[in-house]
Design a protein around this ligand. Sequence first.
Ligand SMILES: O=C(O)CCC(=O)C(=O)O
Length: 292
Amino acid sequence: MSLTMEQVIFFQTNGYLIAENVWTEDDLRPVIEEIERFVDERAQRFHREGRIANLYPDEPFERRFALLYEQCPEINRKFDIMHLLGPAMFRFLTDKKLLDIAECLLGSELSCNPIQHLRSKMPWKGEGEQAVSMDNVPWHQDAAVTSVESEASEIITFWLPLIDATKQTGCMEIIPHAFKGGYLRHQAEGGTTIVKELLPELPRITAECRKGGVVIMNKYTPHRGTSNRSDSVRWSLDLRYHKTGAPSGRDFHPSFVARSRSNPDSVLTDYEQWRRMWTDALAKPAQKAHRV
Ligand SMILES: O=C(O)CCC(=O)C(=O)O
């Protein structure tokens, strides 16, 4: 599937696009089964270490991690793409449907950007909004988590829910058109967020998106994640792509060629190499990843 001309124009005009029904259950199954395996491995380890009492082996993907997290929130630490490094996830980074869509917006020389996450937004029963965390992010532009040197590089975000993302489970809230104002100053207090007075006073939209769909965003589009008021874990992937040769915005982490019409042999297909690139990069001292 690729985007229609109307969808491309919508994205260019609004700074975001929601495309539904891109992936089938079968398309997403390998990634979800791999996440389930990682959940199980971590649960077994925490159980052996006496940090959790119940394994909840029969609970579904949408519930199990929340029940484990209730017993020990630490179980969710470093539960992200670059730490888990699973082969199914690597294959999904060059998924044909995903790259066909990216090609409509960025052209045919595509690199997979290292700013990519698996998020597990846990159920929240408290008052007000869920506390800011890696899984519950405040108003920001993705440009704020890239280096200043990458300003001219077009980096596009593809946000894919792995369960239906609704007002109830937590989805993106977006300010359309605001990307036209360019970069807004962010502050570190409150978790890399747009300085309150600078947040554009434009209408917002609740970007509900069903499993199998994708929310696509420009790097200057202000957005935030909303609280998860359901009993399920709001699993999602946010992946980014940029034009090969342009700065990734995080040059101390590995990018790789995901598609190339001009030089197909440059595409990285070697899972072990991808794994090594990440383990080598993460073994080095951490560098500042956000602008503030
Ligand atoms: O998944 C979320 O709730 C937030 C994700 C996000 O803000 C992003 O991908 O930039």
